[in-house]
Design a protein around this ligand. Structure first.
Ligand SMILES: Cc1ncc(COP(=O)(O)O)c(C=O)c1O
Length: 374
């Protein structure tokens, strides 16, 4: 998890973001130097537009076009990670006491952010096809929320992908109730199997969807570069809020990222990362099947996370402690629920962080910890 304690070298962590060993450190260093040589002090200024560097915004629209989202640089707001995109939307839209609908379980730091904004959170259950749209209508009528927060691709923590028909139904239902949708596409390009499902934003012709993307999982989280695609009157308020919050995301990093993408290094790196993480996902599947045969999980089609239902009688908080004693770090299911007791039967494993041999050793240790609790 971002901001958590460093673990010792002998601990096999199934937590964290991606594998730092896969970050293109030398290549990005060269790109940074090239930007400084070509652009000099201009790259070290505040930048003329708090919405972000225009060239990067154009580049982002090109990346989005390849995923079926047709937008223009004027609709893109560069943010310090997608976390800031959600924070800005909260600041502009959510007042203390407002209701926000979230998937349950969902990304823990979104829950903490929304709670800090004073939102009343209502959970929508998730199954293997993502958010249960069959209960959405009733929840919208009952709670009249200010916002719906959804992670449709390779959801954190379940790894589930919201099916195409559900995306259409979600948008139609939210639109009928006048509720904006925050689509958090934190890892949409990290796909290992199957075909991409069109983004909810790509179905939206009325500005109901605020679409957030990020370079954190596809490239490096330390860049702190993400973006929001947003149209309509709310955009101006979001840009103003961004400006007074931090005067803009680092121009140097935006310029370097833009160059990294436009010369093709980003795409090459993404292909390498996808191959690497696909192999790790498959290693995790084999290891779980062999060493924890009575744990249940659905193989995620992409992203970073595998959501594991524990054998009957094994509780996740106890397992996290027993696993720590054996040198494995996993995230307890409780962290991702509004009511933490609902997560007692699950743990979340991030398969992207460790090389294959450590994944297998880690799962063996996790199986030993599980068996010690039966
Ligand atoms: C689902 C989800 N959304 C958003 C974020 C925030 O990412 P960033 O602010 O680095 O773009 C994360 C980080 O783990 C995440 O898992």
């Amino acid at each position: 998890m971002p901001g958590s304690e460093p673990l010792g070298p002998n601990v096999i962590a199934f937590t964290g973001v991606g594998d730092p060993a896969a970050y293109p450190v030398a290549e990005f260093g060269r790109t940074l130097r090239q930007v400084l040589v070509r652009e000099g002090a201009a790259a070290l200024s505040y930048g003329p537009d708090p919405a972000g560097d225009e060239s990067l915004r154009r580049t982002i629209t090109q990346l989005l076009a390849s995923q079926g989202i047709s937008t223009s640089p004027e609709s893109v707001l560069v943010t310090s990670g997608s976390q800031q995109a959600l924070a800005l939307v909260c600041q502009v839209l959510v007042r203390p006491g407002d209701t926000v609908l979230v998937e349950e379980p969902t990304y823990d730091l979104a829950l903490r952010l929304l709670r800090a904004a004073g939102a009343q959170l209502i959970g929508i259950p998730v199954d293997t096809h993502g958010l249960r749209v069959d209960v959405l209508e009733r929840l919208l009528e009952q709670h009249r929320p200010r916002l719906l927060y959804v992670v449709p691709n390779f959801q954190n923590p379940t790894g589930a992908t919201l099916s195409g028909p559900r995306r259409h139904a979600l948008l139609a239902t939210a639109r009928a109730h006048g509720v904006p949708v925050f689509e958090d596409d934190f890892a949409g390009d990290l796909r290992y199997s199957g075909r991409a499902t069109p983004a909810i934003k790509s179905l939206d012709d009325g500005g109901h969807v605020l679409y957030a993307g990020t370079f954190s999982k596809l490239l490096m989280p330390g860049l702190r570069v993400g973006y929001l695609v947003v149209d309509g009157p709310i955009r101006r308020r979001l840009v103003e809020t961004k400006q007074v919050t931090d005067l803009g995301t680092s121009l140097l990093l935006q310029r370097a990222l833009d160059r990294f993408v436009t010369v093709g290094r980003y795409q090459a790196n993404l292909r390498r990362t996808t191959r690497l993480y696909r192999e790790r996902r498959d290693t995790l599947r084999s290891a779980l099947t062999e060493h924890l045969p009575d744990a249940r999980f659905a193989l995620p089609a992409g992203g970073l996370f595998c959501w594991v239902a524990l054998p009957a009688g094994v509780r996740s908080d106890a397992l996290v402690r027993a696993a720590r004693d054996r040198g494995v770090d996993v995230a307890p299911g409780s962290r991702f629920f509004l009511d933490p007791t609902h997560g007692a039967g699950h743990v979340r494993l991030n398969f992207a962080v460790q090389p294959p041999e450590r994944i297998t050793t880690g799962v063996r240790r996790l199986a030993a910890a599980t068996n010690s609790l039966r």
